[in-house]
Design a binder for this molecule. Structure first.
Ligand code: AMP
Ligand code: GLY
Length: 424
């Protein structure tokens, strides 16, 4: 097969790393990719949301499958674009339809879906500029802290958790009337605060059946001890040690199964990943969000633990034959630590030379924000490299990641030194 993978992060390098191990993969293109994918596949300088350019490439290169990494092209409807084009409709796209992608593209859509299908989620209401005063009244009926969520995609920044009522009301006005997050905050979901431990559940579905992938936990804040600004993710661990069979059974029966059945009942076409963000409140899993893609950096620990051929899995998704596959998982733990540019998640510089890559042993280096220029690997984003390792437990794995990080360097390199510490 000739496969096109869309995206340019650590998630996509991990997908590419796994897919090229498949005997089913003859050729892999990545658009736009990074220095890591350039070393194992063919990068093409096309944006994942430039559907016309993607169409030209797919026809030119006889591409036989498209795998979508990030949410943007999904929310913009790449699945439907292929399905409704005579020349492309036979080519499977791994990812949900535009309607399915609304689970991530609109918090209100997601909440309505959850409630409709009786899936546990925090109580909520949603408001617009016209109903901003009702929103303020609603806030006054809740206990602090207050959770405000911009309805649309806001690059991971659209959720505010505020302790003071007056401040929460002011932020609600800023979002709805002041367009704090642009069009994304035309609507705002106000949600009950859930107090518990977060975890993520990853599911691959062909729309009829599903496979639950290994659990993973990511570390969202920039600072050690989970302090400071939110980032895309500073590291991850898989499996999550405190998720036992009892909790997993609850997650499957109360959340995963009704989600997939909900797709069928609502006529939502969905052939791809569902990333379910959960909070475990006194051993009761409650959904806080859906994403319609894999997590990053969670992919960098989940995919390395998959023993099953990923291309075979994707083919089964496309052909609605996922029930015929047995998922094989590596029993070992995997951890990853993100090396980021100094200043991230605020302003940072790019174009720094990365050295020491050739000295890494016993870890996998997944590239995120990197590019190749004159045979040098340069930083090209906030999150630069994900250093993934295996171990018999996560402590052993994380030790290897940190040992290898010692061999790597770029100007103003930063990383968290406490990944996994909360799990000890
Ligand atoms: P989301 O984009 O919905 O994942 O929200 C971003 C972060 O806000 C989550 O990772 C949680 O840490 C937090 N969060 C979202 N919803 C809630 C809630 N209802 N209660 C407590 N924390 C929440
Ligand atoms: N690591 C969180 C995400 O990918 O959304």
């Amino acid at each position: 097969m000739t496969i096109l993978l869309l995206g340019s992060g650590g998630r996509e390098h991990a997908f590419a790393w796994k897919m090229i191990q498949s005997p089913l993969c003859d050729q892999l293109f990545v658009a736009p990719g990074n220095a890591g994918t350039a070393a194992i596949a063919t990068n093409v300088n096309i944006s994942p949301t430039d559907f016309d350019a993607i169409k030209t490439l797919v026809l030119q290169e006889n591409i036989t499958m498209v795998v979508v990494g990030p949410e943007d092209p999904l929310v913009k409807g790449i699945f439907d674009f292929f399905k409704n084009d005579d020349k492309l409709s036979h080519i499977p796209v791994i990812g949900p339809s535009k309607t399915g992608a609304q689970l991530e593209g609109s918090k209100e859509f997601a909440k309505e879906f959850l409630v409709k299908h009786n899936i546990p989620t925090a109580a909520y209401d949603s408001f617009t500029a016209e109903t901003v005063e009702q929103g303020c009244d609603f806030l006054a009926t809740l206990k602090a802290p207050y959770v405000l969520k911009a309805d649309g995609l806001a690059a991971g920044k659209g959720v505010l958790i505020i302790h003071d009522l007056a401040e929460a009301k002011e932020e609600l006005r800023n979002m709805l009337v002041g367009q704090k997050f642009g069009a994304a905050s035309t609507k705002v979901v106000i949600e009950e605060f859930l107090d518990g431990i977060e975890l993520s559940c990853f599911v691959l579905t062909d729309g009829k059946t599903y496979k639950i992938l290994p659990t993973a936990k990511d570390y969202k804040r920039i600072g050690e001890g989970d302090t400071g600004l939110n980032t895309g993710g500073m590291g991850a661990v898989s499996p999550v040690p405190y998720v036992d069979a009892v909790l997993m059974e609850k997650i499957e029966s109360r959340i995963v199964k009704p989600t997939i059945e909900g797709f069928q009942k609502d006529g939502i076409e969905y052939k791809g990943f569902v990333f379910i963000g959960l909070i475990n409140v006194n051993n009761e899993p409650i959904v806080i969000e859906y994403n319609v893609r894999m997590g990053d950096p969670e992919t960098e620990v989940v995919v390395p633990r998959l023993k099953t051929d990923l291309v075979e899995l994707f083919l089964a998704v496309a052909n609605e034959k996922l029930d015929e596959i047995t998922l094989e998982i590596d029993e070992r733990s995997a951890t990853t630590v993100m090396l980021v540019s100094g200043g991230y998640p605020e302003d940072y510089e790019k174009g720094k030379v990365i050295t020491g890559l050739e000295n890494v042993t016993d870890s996998i280096v997944f590239h995120a924000g990197t590019k190749l220029e004159n045979n040098e690997v340069l930083t090209n984003g906030g999150r630069v490299l994900a250093i993934t390792s295996y171990g018999n437990d996560f402590q052993e794995a994380i030790k290897k990641s940190y040992q290898n990080i010692d061999k790597l360097h770029f100007d103003k390199m930063n990383f968290r030194k406490d990944i996994g510490n909360d799990l000890l």
